[in-house]
Design a protein around this ligand. Structure first.
Ligand SMILES: Cc1cc2nc3c(=O)[nH]c(=O)nc-3n(C[C@H](O)[C@H](O)[C@H](O)COP(=O)(O)OP(=O)(O)OC[C@H]3O[C@@H](n4cnc5c(N)ncnc54)[C@H](O)[C@@H]3O)c2cc1C
Length: 178
């Protein structure tokens, strides 16, 4: 951080000398809620918002920092949503469409890609038939992209439903969870 600030021309020592005092409070607030969510990061916010969307009106969200978002406001990356609503899905573009068309036309490159290929083609054809102008994505495409970058077999890649199903099965059968 100090290195980055110095490169940007900042006086690092002067910045270090600035005392940052965190506001604290001894106030005690009593609240009653049907649902208390501890932590306003991506997970807590999603939980609270989902509960509200499901009709719960008495929710308390506790966040110890001065801002909501947790690590998501520090991360400079993306959070994959394989089935976003039109309101948040971004527009596709010619470059992406051409890349996708080429990828699908080339066919599976090996037997590992074959495992998810039919799913990719089915989802891709459905997207094309829908005339959507939103970015195409699906678990099989994500799995293949990760396979190309990370080298891990597509079926075991992030976001692939089979892996989620496998985990659910293990959780229910081995742990007795629901
Ligand atoms: C630099 C960086 C880059 C990343 N890049 C990506 C990416 O490209 N794609 C991706 O998918 N993920 C990425 N991640 C990971 C992603 O940001 C995290 O997995 C995700 O934000 C975690 O969310 P969370 O809600 O589980 O936890 P957190 O974000 O840690 O949220 C927990 C919240 O709980 C609060 N809290 C903790 N204890 C208490 C308490 N006792 N009382 C009240 N509140 C409390 C914390 O202040 C925090 O706000 C990245 C993370 C970092 C740091």
């Amino acid at each position: 951080m100090a290195d980055a600030a110095a490169k940007a021309g900042a006086d690092v020592e002067a910045l270090k000398a600035v005392a940052v005092e965190k506001a604290t409070s001894d106030a005690v607030v009593e609240l009653e809620a049907n649902l208390v969510v501890v932590g306003g990061g991506a997970a807590g916010l999603s939980a609270a918002i989902t509960a509200a969307c499901e009709g719960e009106t008495n929710i308390v969200l506790l966040e110890k920092e001065g801002a909501l978002g947790g690590n998501a406001i520090r991360s400079g990356g993306f959070i994959e949503d394989l089935d976003p609503t039109d309101a948040i899905a971004i527009e596709t573009n010619d470059g992406y469409n051409a890349w996708l068309e080429e990828l699908v036309a080339a066919g599976p490159q090996d037997e590992l890609e074959e495992q998810v290929w039919d799913e990719l083609v089915t989802a891709y054809e459905a997207w094309k038939a829908s005339g959507s102008t939103r970015l195409f994505d699906c678990p099989a495409l994500l799995a293949i992209e990760y396979y190309h970058v990370e080298g891990t077999p597509p079926i075991y890649n992030m976001g692939y439903p089979a892996l989620v199903n496998e985990f659910d099965h293990w959780f229910e059968e081995e742990i007795g969870g629901k």
